[in-house]
Write a protein of this length. Structure first.
Length: 293
């Protein structure tokens, strides 16, 4: 029983990271109907910015987290303005191919600038102590990840539902042309969406580095794909769906590892994707709506 609770805690910690990345996918898709495959690489950049903030700038974990989020927000806006804005009225496939190109450019640009060698987050940077709960030891890293994820998800819900930019996002998501007629600056709203989604990915990169220690330039590929699966699982374009999908995927992976099939833990995400696309293509929170051709 203790082993099961321990695996559930591990799964929720991992799922929180997936959920933070998946939120960026789902927000961008909800507004511009684009799968931003470069999003996993923004997560990787966030991990490195956090690492250099701690080791070179000698910042604590929370200031490093804020620096990483701010830098990734700016990076996300740059990607949107340079790569995606000129393709706003292009075909979906053109935007998708561009997203893959941007992803490769970021990965190999990072390798060109700093080399391909991995780095390791220093030990002892988490200010939280482990706690014992029902006989299970929950590490300071797990508590930090859960705390950061919960705070950011509550903050995101507040931004989307209570602020002016959040209302603009929902209006643009519903109907871009009508939003434009109502005086909403659609371009700025889309940029703000990329900024918020990228900031969340940056935060995920830092907590991933703290949890797994090792970071390297191609680290964004698998978590990025898994976060996309989490977004589809919850219902792409639906913010609560991305949160639930991420947590669910993390728990499924942890339970698969606990059952002795750790070699299958990366593959199980894609099995989940196939199953969800067969039985519930709109995701857990999605509604089946016919798309006009």
């Amino acid at each position: 029983m203790e082993q099961l609770i321990q695996q559930l805690v591990n799964g929720i910690s991992l799922g929180s990271i997936y959920a933070l990345i998946a939120l960026g996918y789902t927000m961008v898709y909800g507004i511009v109907k684009l799968i931003n495959f470069a999003h996993g690489d923004v997560f990787m950049v966030g991990a490195f910015i956090g690492f250099y903030s701690i080791t070179v700038m000698d910042l604590g974990i929370f200031p490093a987290l804020l620096v990483s989020m701010a830098a990734c927000a700016l990076f996300g806006v740059l990607i949107e303005r340079i790569a995606y804005k000129p393709l706003r009225n292009a075909t979906r496939i053109a935007a998708l191919i561009t997203a893959i190109g941007v992803s490769l450019f970021i990965e190999y640009g990072t390798i060109y600038i700093r080399g391909a060698q991995p780095e390791a987050y220093p030990d002892g940077i988490v200010p939280l102590k482990s706690i014992d709960l029902f006989g299970v030891s929950i590490s300071g890293q797990s508590l930090l990840i859960l705390g950061v994820a919960i705070v950011l998800m509550i903050l995101l819900q507040y931004i989307v539902h209570k602020t002016k930019i959040g209302k603009a996002m929902r209006a643009v998501s519903h109907d871009q042309d009508a939003a434009r007629l109502m005086g909403i600056n659609v371009d700025n709203t889309i940029s703000a969406t990329f900024a918020i989604g990228s900031a969340l990915a940056g935060a995920a990169g830092v907590v991933f580095g703290i949890y797994y220690t090792k970071i390297e330039p191609l680290m964004g590929i698998i978590p990025g794909l898994k976060a996309f699966v989490a977004a589809v699982l919850g219902g792409i374009g639906i913010i609560p769906g991305a949160m639930v999908g991420g947590l669910l995927l993390g728990v499924i992976e942890a339970l698969v590892s606990a059952a002795g099939f750790s070699l299958w833990r990366d593959g199980v995400a894609f099995v989940v994707l196939i199953v969800i696309l067969i039985f519930r293509p709109a995701g857990l929170f999605g509604k089946n709506v016919r798309e006009k051709v």
